[in-house]
Write a protein that binds this ligand. Structure first.
Ligand code: NAD
Length: 488
């Protein structure tokens, strides 16, 4: 099933348990070299139709398996991915541009854990029951899978985010048609090669590759796909909402952010600085949870800035497969240009670019001269109204500004359209609670960042999304609830 032409990887759709070629293909690039890495099916209505048909056909049998049977299959799939962890990490790094270290320690281990987590979680869900003695009635709720779930994921954490949807969807007894980003499709295709061995019956997981406009929209518009779980940009979510409205589909939308870090003058800077560097620049700043507005209380502003910039300059940019590299390549040439344009705008508005883009020189190894690299960039003295403080940049760029009072910083932190994640740094417990309560943000981390318990809700407020994902939340999203009343 693996096809090569001149050493180029050619992916195939996975439909009804079989790899099937497509009539046309699109190129996908290796961001660290600028070369074509593989060819991805350019699927359309026909391919989506076949995948939905296969998923529908597999549904009755899969949905009637016991949770324990499904759990065992999910655990086997987790083991198989873990067994090939290194191959998956290499592919993810090459396809996405992220460092091999990040792929090895974050992306692929989390993909494995997503399956293990839901394999366990599904065994521990209970439904509700209540008595109405005066009426002689007992009420209880029952939950059943919805049917064929459409899953659409972005390019920043490819297998990590795709499996965060596939695992709960199939654990609950749904069958799925998944569409990864056309820019990062390789690890999803590799996962398909393990499904049969794991015992996933044909048609339970189908993957159609292609663009958002063609493949994604065909899935969103398909009348037999009652539910869409989407992670990506706010703009695409608006389009998906419009296109699915005539069918009244159930939607889960995990979108962008413009996440603040609020650093009070009693913060422990020895913890705060390295964590805020990570929260700004990890995965080239291409994580929806990345910090891009840093509010520092006036008393420590200059000290923070000095130390933060000095540390940012130490982040090594270069070949993602070099284990000593901290920052890999951005996803595409277009995206790199977009991220750079924000720095240019900030400069034109009179902000100070303290390090990185346009300030320091970027030295790249020979083979990476055509890659899409950029230095971690810190901007100061930028106005709150500036597009750099309002729009999601999604690259290794962060803005640092000063504030005076708690009241003021909460208001400024909330004055963007997004509301995904925030971090608060202070050693005053009362203050940490007060601020966390008032922030318009689906997640608030205090004195840390990116510490997740998958049991708890994940998702954004305002333009950052609708719905939540997590142990209980994903279970509720991927099942239909029924209330049954029994009278004696
Ligand atoms: P994107 O919206 O461009 O694409 C996401 C996916 O949607 C891709 O698979 C794409 O092909 C598909 N798509 C595009 N147009 C479509 C359409 N009209 N119909 C159906 N599908 C369509 O986003 P991206 O650039 O791939 O990802 C980056 C964005 O994702 C950022 O905004 C980031 O913040 C967000 N993100 C959010 C989370 C979260 O959990 N909240 C996590 C990661 C990334």
């Amino acid at each position: 099933t693996m096809a090569h032409s001149k050493d180029l990887l050619v992916l195939e759709n996975f439909i009804g348990g079989k790899f099937v070629p497509c009539s046309s293909y699109i190129d996908s690039y290796n961001p660290s070299t600028g070369d074509v890495y593989c060819r991805v099916p350019d699927s359309g209505k026909e391919e989506v139709e076949a995948a939905v048909k296969a998923a529908k056909y597999a549904f009755p049998s899969w949905s009637s398996k016991s949770p324990l049977e499904r759990s065992q299959i999910l655990n086997r799939l987790a083991d198989l991915i873990e067994h090939d962890l290194e191959a998956f990490a290499q592919a993810e790094s090459k396809d996405q541009g992220k460092t091999i270290t990040f792929a090895r320690t974050v992306d692929i281990p989390r993909a494995v854990y997503n399956f293990r987590f839901f394999a366990s979680s599904i065994l521990h869900r209970t439904t509700e029951c209540t008595e109405m003695a005066t009426m002689g009635c007992v009420h209880y709720t029952s939950r059943t899978p919805v049917g064929v779930a459409g899953l659409i994921s972005p390019w920043n954490l490819p297998l990590y985010l795709l499996t965060w949807k596939i695992a709960p969807a199939i654990a609950c007894g749904n069958t799925v048609v998944a569409k990864p980003s056309e820019m990062t499709s390789v690890t999803a295709w590799m996962m398909c090669k393990l499904l049969e061995k794991a015992g996933v019956p044909p048609g339970v997981v189908n993957v159609v590759f292609g663009t958002g406009a063609k493949t994604g929209e065909a899935l969103v518009c398909h009348p037999d796909v009652p539910l869409i779980s989407f992670t990506g940009s706010t703009l695409t979510a608006q389009r998906i909402t419009e296109k699915s409205a005539p069918h009244c589909k159930r939607l889960s939308l995990e979108l962008g952010g413009k996440n603040p870090a609020i650093i009070f003058d009693d913060a422990d800077l020895t913890q705060c600085i390295p964590t805020t560097l990570r929260s700004s620049f990890a995965n080239q700043g291409e994580i929806c949870l990345c910090t891009s507005r840093i509010f520092v209380q006036r008393g420590i502003y200059s000290e923070f800035l000095k130390r933060f910039v000095a540390e940012a300059k130490k982040w090594k940019v270069g070949n993602p497969s070099d284990p000593t590299v901290d920052v890999g390549a951005l996803i595409s040439k277009e995206h790199l240009e977009k991220v750079r344009s924000y720095v240019k705008k900030a400069r034109a508005e009179g902000a100070r670019v303290l390090c990185g883009e346009g300030v320091d020189s970027l030295v790249l190894p020979g083979g990476n001269q055509k890659g899409y690299f950029m230095l971690p960039t810190v901007i100061a003295e930028v106005k709150d109204e500036s597009c750099c403080m309002q729009e999601e940049i999604f690259g290794p760029v962060t803005c640092v500004v000063a504030f005076d009072t708690e009241e003021e910083v909460v208001e400024r932190a909330n004055s963007v359209k997004y509301g995904l994640a925030a971090t608060v740094w202070s050693s005053n417990v009362g203050r940490v609670h007060r601020v966390a309560q008032r922030l318009q943000s689906g997640l608030v981390w205090t004195n840390c960042w990116l510490v997740r318990d998958l049991n708890l809700p994940f998702g954004g407020m305002k333009a950052s999304g609708i719905g939540r994902e997590g142990g209980k939340d994903s279970y509720e999203f991927f099942t239909e609830v029924k209330t049954i009343t029994i009278k004696h």
